[in-house]
Write a protein that binds this ligand. Structure first.
Ligand code: NDP
Length: 318
């Protein structure tokens, strides 16, 4: 069986490609620059890559760019989307590639009869941020949607990009009769396959790189291998439908620092919070739907350990 993965060189997608090859799939994988070894070498070295991995150049902003990628595929995993926070031009840097790119990929799928299901990598970012207070009694689930207005007011451009992209994807999929499932991961950590640092692994690296303080905020966390595998479960399980939040634990940065201290007592870690306000309250994110399709969750402690060991191995942290 042949499947397509967009943005294959990315952090999550690299694990997805690895697992798909291990499961015997033939994988057509899109990358922006097939000649850049930083983006392709780790993929070409995967078991099965020689026989069953095909790299194809495609860009989210080029119309029709994904036609050749999805041609002949039964499943399409659309993971490509810019993931960073700092930008002076959110429309061009984040929103256009996320939103137009998603519609571009789906348009290619809509005209390709071989495609039976699309798995969209959305985000918990598209779920949890709508101005409703996030407090310990709250359980965020897949019925929640982030609000574009709230994102704009608070200049949460990445969150906005993911929210607009997922909203538009559902609308388009419904109109065109595309069978789509969305995966909505929390902040993803765990081992890196690619040689370069990605945004979510940087959340851990920033804590161990001499920072004096840790942020006064709550994040939900998930292991990259669990997220990647969730995509495959969502594709293979014919009854899978709708959105799947994939979240292991939702904790304050203070707790992440505590775990780091326990695991690595000699590391220099931030001693205090970035502000003097009370700690932001924790809240809950449901992973019941994900568990119902067989997604399993690595503990946060194990994920943090795997992240640090991988950052060391890739020489991204000494
Ligand atoms: P990476 O930055 O590692 O991967 C992003 C991928 O998107 C890269 O392959 C990148 O290609 C590709 N991409 C970006 N812009 C374009 C473009 N214009 N045309 C083609 N490809 C493009 O991030 P992650 O693996 O972390 O993220 C993958 C997906 O998961 C994204 O959709 C992200 O929003 C989502 N996600 C990630 C979370 C996390 O914590 N990591 C949490 C929740 C959701 P190139 O390598 O050429 O830059």
């Amino acid at each position: 069986k042949t499947v397509a993965v967009t943005g294959a060189s990315g952090y999550i997608a690299s694990w997805l490609v690895k697992f798909l090859l291990e499961k015997g799939y033939t994988v057509k994988a899109s990358v922006r620059d097939p000649s850049d070894p930083n983006k392709t070498q780790h993929l070409l070295e995967l078991d099965g890559a020689k026989e069953r991995l095909h790299l194809i150049k495609a860009d989210l902003l080029e119309e029709g760019s994904f036609d050749a990628l999805v041609d002949g595929c039964v499943g399409v995993f659309h993971t490509a989307s810019p993931f960073f926070f700092e930008t002076n031009n959110p429309q061009a840097d984040l929103i256009d590639p996320a939103l137009k790119g998603t519609l571009n990929v789906l348009a290619s799928c809509a005209k390709t009869p071989s495609v039976k299901r699309v798995v969209l990598t959305s985000s918990a970012a598209a779920v949890a941020y709508n101005g409703k207070p996030l407090t310990p009694e709250v359980v965020v689930d897949e019925t929640w949607w982030s609000s574009a207005d709230f994102c704009r007011e608070n200049q949460m451009w990445y969150v906005l990009s993911k929210t607009l992209a997922e909203e538009a994807a559902w609308k388009f999929a419904k109109e065109k009769g595309i069978d789509m499932v969305a995966i909505n991961p929390a902040l993803v950590i765990g081992p890196l396959l690619q040689p370069t640092l990605n945004t979510s692994s940087a959340a851990i690296l920033d804590l161990i790189n001499g920072a004096e303080t840790f942020p006064n905020s709550i994040f939900a966390w998930i292991n990259v291998q669990d997220v990647a595998y969730a995509h495959i479960l969502a594709f293979e399980n014919t009854s899978a439908n709708g959105r799947y939040l994939t979240v292991d634990e939702t904790v304050h940065y203070a707790e992440v620092v505590n775990i780091l201290r326990e695991l690595y007592p000699t590391l220099k870690l931030p001693e205090k919070c970035a502000d003097d306000k009370p700690y932001a309250p924790t809240f809950n994110i449901s992973s019941e739907r994900a568990k119902s399709i067989g997604v399993e969750f690595t503990s946060l402690k194990q994920s943090i350990k795997e992240t640090i060991e991988s950052l060391k191995e890739k020489k991204l942290f000494k």
